[in-house]
Design a protein around this ligand. Structure first.
Ligand SMILES: [Zn+2]
Length: 202
């Protein structure tokens, strides 16, 4: 048994309060919540999408620019466009990912240019609040987009397999529609009705 647990479970501890949740609170290091936690951990999230998005937000994905800084590789060419592959480039500056995210925004009737990484993160933190359908769609689509761009990058790097912008937009649409098909949605609301139609939410 770990030392921390031994101390907590000593004879002086009131056994009536010992629960897994109580133990977790005692041993974990508590820190302030990061402003983007609700973009990662929410009721309709997909764990594998959240993990990759979390790593991207922490800049811990092994992008080529990071691997080059570590001396592991000697070139950092983007597999989509041959620019330098950094996190910032890969997710919103690259023409490939920019086009996909622009399509996602368009499907939600958000008419604006795609921003750089930091600005996109700030936009999601500021704008994706509440429980409206459009917020839920964009939260699901955002982490799905990050995951699928990373997956596509890896497929091109390691399996020489490439999919199109249209394929990935359709994958995002499919994930959103599956995640929300059993949700109670007010379809009398014309905005919701339009979103359900556009995203194929039955
Ligand atoms: Zn690129």
């Amino acid at each position: 048994m770990r030392d921390a647990a031994c101390v907590l479970l000593s004879q002086d501890t009131n056994r009536a309060v010992v629960r897994t949740s109580w133990l977790w609170k005692q041993v974990r290091e508590q820190r302030d919540k990061v402003p983007w936690h609700r973009l990662i951990w929410f009721s309709s999230h997909t764990p594998k999408h959240s993990i990759i998005t979390w790593m991207a937000l922490l800049d811990r994905l092994p992008t080529k620019s990071r691997l080059m800084r570590m001396g592991i590789i000697h070139e950092d060419i983007c597999l989509f466009c041959e620019a330098h592959e950094s996190r910032e480039h890969l997710f919103f500056d690259c023409g490939f990912s920019m086009t996909i995210w622009k399509c996602v925004l368009g499907k939600c009737c958000v008419q604006r240019d795609v921003l750089h990484w930091n600005e996109e993160v700030q936009w999601t933190i500021c704008c994706l609040k509440g429980k409206s359908l459009i917020v839920l769609i964009l939260k699901i689509a955002w982490s799905c987009f990050i995951y699928l761009i990373w997956e596509e990058r890896n497929a091109r790097q390691f399996r020489s397999h490439a999919r199109s912008v249209e394929d990935i937009v359709e994958d995002i649409r499919f994930v959103v529609s599956v995640k929300l098909q059993s949700k109670c949605i007010d379809r009398a609301d014309p905005v919701n009705a339009h979103l359900c139609n556009t995203w194929g939410i039955l």
